[in-house]
Design a protein around this ligand. Structure first.
Ligand SMILES: Cc1ncc(COP(=O)(O)O)c(C=O)c1O
Length: 397
């Protein structure tokens, strides 16, 4: 059967990460590819207790259909979380979503017409590209440096492209690990306000800082309702419970609620109540403290192994938190070709190409350090360095 798919499917690409994850199932493979949290940090026993309490105390209600906006007590907890991040926020400013991935989809559905321009960092989160692509957005990526998005480049892109949305991941960005500097947050907010552009501030990693001091989100500056801030419990509790949220102006939230009704009616009632119990009954902050410590150790080890083993010409970012670092290879190296050699040596990473909306870049790749044990980091980086050396021979290095 020759299926007549929609026009928009012609623009959509499969996720490179999901494809590579299939390879990681091979025995002996060491993966720095997925964006996976450390499973040993999942609070399994606590979640089991929460599920039992929820079902014991509110069984039928927890298994019933529920309102689209989200479970009231959990909306309040997320609003309090926003306040602790310096954002003026009440429960009515919160929409609970099925992971923050759904928030991206709903925002695109509500704000984008085919051909509308979305400005992104360069590189950016590839599943955000996928989400915006389904609504036939036009992407323009804006230059970054080690302090994040460059305001002058942003201003130039705004004047040229007349965008509708700016999408930023300000803390320990996926894929680069870079954090947007505080003064740039102000400059970017001012520009967006002046040009009436909605900022989508995607912050799944902000709580995972293992060094330095916290920087308030862009949403904390927002008096005008131009920022939609999104976050998730995926990296702080578990991604298996699909619970995220959007914080924003009630007018925009009303449209997002209508879009969500059409998508899934509401986020799993049971999952929301389990998260609510977890945040109410357990010390979530202490738990995040343990995750931070573990990721800090893994990052430091990966950085040390890279410094010791990688040949000259390669460099990488030095994130203060999160789960990823970003490697730059010398000009002429193709990270896609490197991956094929890496698979033969039983180590995988994600080539950078798919993190650029125009797929123009070849010489970068992303390494995840949260999901590999210390032993795997040591062995995996040794294997990677071998591949990096071979790649240099290919370009006469
Ligand atoms: C930047 C960014 N946004 C959104 C998500 C989606 O997370 P979830 O849907 O699990 O909340 C991820 C997941 O890796 C991410 O890295």
């Amino acid at each position: 059967m020759d299926y007549a798919l929609s026009r928009r499917m012609g623009q959509m690409r499969p996720s490179a990460v999901r494809q590579i994850l299939k390879v990681t199932e091979q025995p002996e493979m060491i993966s720095f590819a997925g964006g996976l949290p450390a499973p040993e940090c999942f609070p399994v026993a606590e979640i089991a207790q929460c599920a039992q309490r929820v079902l014991g105390e509110a069984g039928p209600q927890a298994l019933q259909y529920a309102v689209t906006e989200g479970f009231g007590p959990l909306r309040e907890k997320f609003a309090a979380e926003m306040q602790s991040r310096g954002v003026a926020c009440a429960a009515e400013n919160i929409l609970i979503t099925s992971g923050s991935q759904q928030a991206l989809d709903l925002i695109a559905k509500v704000l984008l017409d085919p051909g509308d321009c979305v400005l992104t960092e360069s590189p950016t989160y590839l599943a955000a590209i996928q989400a915006f692509q389904s609504y036939e957005a036009r992407f323009v990526s804006v230059r970054m440096d080690e302090w994040g998005l460059v305001p002058e480049a942003l201003e130039e892109a705004i004047r040229r492209e007349r965008p509708k949305l700016l999408y930023v991941i300000p803390n320990f960005q996926n894929p680069s690990g870079i954090t947007l500097a505080v003064e740039r947050r102000r400059a970017i907010y001012d520009l967006a306000l002046r040009h009436r552009i909605v900022i989508v501030e995607d912050d799944p990693y902000g709580k995972l800082r293992y060094r330095g001091t916290e920087i308030p989100p862009i949403a904390a500056m927002d008096q005008e309702g131009i920022v939609l801030y999104i976050s998730t419990v995926s990296k702080t509790i578990t991604p298996g419970l699909r619970v995220g949220w959007v914080a924003g102006h009630p007018t925009l939230l009303r449209s997002l609620v209508i879009a969500k009704q059409a998508a899934d009616l509401h986020t799993s009632n049971l999952d929301q109540r389990i998260v609510d119990r977890y945040l109410g009954d357990f010390d979530g902050e202490a738990h995040i403290g343990k995750i931070r410590t573990l990721y800090g150790v893994r990052f430091a080890l990966m950085e040390q192994c890279l410094t010791e083993a990688m040949p000259d010409g390669y460099s990488w970012t030095h994130p203060d938190g999160g789960m990823f670092l970003w490697v730059s290879a010398p000009e002429g190296v193709d990270a896609g070709a490197m991956l094929l050699q890496a698979i033969e040596r039983k180590v995988v990473f994600v080539p950078g190409r798919d993190f650029f909306p125009d797929s123009s870049d070849c010489r970068h790749f992303r390494l995840n350090f949260s999901n590999a044990t210390e032993e795997k980091i040591r062995v995996g980086i040794t294997r990677l360095a071998e591949v990096a050396r071979l790649a240099l021979q290919g370009v006469g290095g």
